[in-house]
Structure formats: structure tokens, C-alpha cells
Design a protein around this ligand. Structure first.
Ligand code: IMP
Ligand code: MG
Length: 174
């Protein structure tokens, strides 16, 4: 018997593909003719962003950010910093792309960071929303799925860097 948890499919690749097409249609309706900047949050959102933009048949740009945390202050023990964005955000129609919103702290932090750079507009697209553990309210403008309070892997989502390559979104069962 292995002690590795067993991935169990929660959202199939087919359901994901359907949701991605629906989200792409909503985004197309709102951004057609605007030349938006889509900003993916690494690493988790890479697969979702890659699939999504294949359904967006108009000019756009993409860039990526990652949130790095490191120990440093004696008060909190953790400081977060947004890294990686090379594109000028000022005046752009920015659409932030996230895999899953859980506590809301990551997305909230990156939205604050982007907002300070005075984008023309700023919206959020998330593949999944896990509202049970929310600590900071976040408006999700384009949402794929509301998911239960379980740890999910696959389709970009990891557990200790593993399982990102699974084509379905799975929960880990012991
Ligand atoms: P937050 O709690 O909303 O700040 O989410 C932080 C990050 O944790 C997200 O960017 C996700 O990549 C990751 N995350 C949240 N829930 C899960 C999960 O169920 N599986 C894998 N990663 C998750
Ligand atoms: Mg993430």
C-alpha cells in the first residue's frame, strides 16, 4: 500500500474546456478592440492562461507575475513582493488571470500592486473560487467554478510542485 494520496477527479478536462470557452466568450464580449494586457500569476495559472488565450481571437498582450514570500520582519515573519512584470501597466486594460482564489490574500495583494500603477481598467479572471476560507474580499469578474473547501491539484495546481501536469482538476484523497 502506498501512502501517497490518490488524486480523484473533481472537474474533468471536458468541463474545464467548456468553462474556458465560456470565459473566453465573456472576455471577448468585453475586450474586443481594446488590446488588453493579460497578466498570469505564476506558476499555477500558466495552463489556464495558455488555454484561455487560444480562444481569444483579437490582439492582446500577456505577461506574468509571481508572488514571492520570504522571512524578514520579526513582526510578521513574512514579507511578500510581486516579481516579474515587465510591461508598462499605466493606462492599459489589465486582466489578471489566477488559478484559484482561496483566502484572497494573494490576489488582493497583486491587485493592489497593479492598481498603484494606474491601469486604465483592472479586472480579475479566476478558474476556481474556494470561498470557504476567504480572509479578504475579492471581486472575481470572470469565474470558472466555485469549488468546495478541499485541496485541489492538477491543471496547473500543485502540492509541493507535484501534480501540475494532471489534465483534470483533482482532490487528493488518502
Ligand atoms: P490565496 O489563499 O487566495 O492567497 O491563494 C494563494 C495561492 O494558493 C493561490 O495562488 C493558489 O495557487 C494556491 N492555492 C489555493 N488553493 C489551492 C489548492 O486547493 N490547491 C493548490 N493550490 C492552491
Ligand atoms: Mg497561485
Amino acid at each position: 500500500m502506498s501512502s501517497e494520496p490518490e488524486p480523484r477527479i473533481l472537474i474533468s478536462r471536458k468541463e474545464i474546456a467548456t468553462a474556458v470557452e465560456r470565459l473566453a466568450a465573456e472576455i471577448t464580449r468585453d475586450y474586443l478592440g481594446k488590446y488588453p494586457l493579460l497578466v498570469g500569476i505564476l506558476k499555477g495559472a500558466f495552463m489556464f492562461l495558455a488555454d484561455l488565450i487560444r480562444h481569444l481571437d483579437f490582439p492582446l498582450e500577456i505577461d506574468f507575475v509571481r508572488l514571492s514570500s520570504y522571512g524578514g520582519t520579526k513582526s510578521s515573519g513574512k514579507v511578500s513582493q510581486v516579481q516579474g512584470l515587465l510591461t508598462l501597466v499605466k493606462g492599459r486594460d489589465v486582466l489578471l488571470i489566477e488559478d484559484i482564489v482561496d483566502t484572497g490574500l494573494t490576489t488582493g495583494f497583486i491587485l493592489d500592486y497593479l492598481r498603484k500603477q494606474m491601469p486604465g481598467s483592472l479586472k480579475l479572471c479566476a478558474l476556481a473560487d474556494k470561498p470557504a476560507r476567504r480572509r479578504r474580499p475579492v471581486v472575481i469578474d470572470y469565474l470558472g467554478f466555485t469549488v468546495p473547501n478541499k485541496f485541489l491539484v492538477g491543471y496547473g495546481l500543485d502540492l509541493d510542485e507535484k501534480y501540475r501536469n494532471l489534465p483534470d482538476i483533482c482532490s487528493l484523497e488518502d
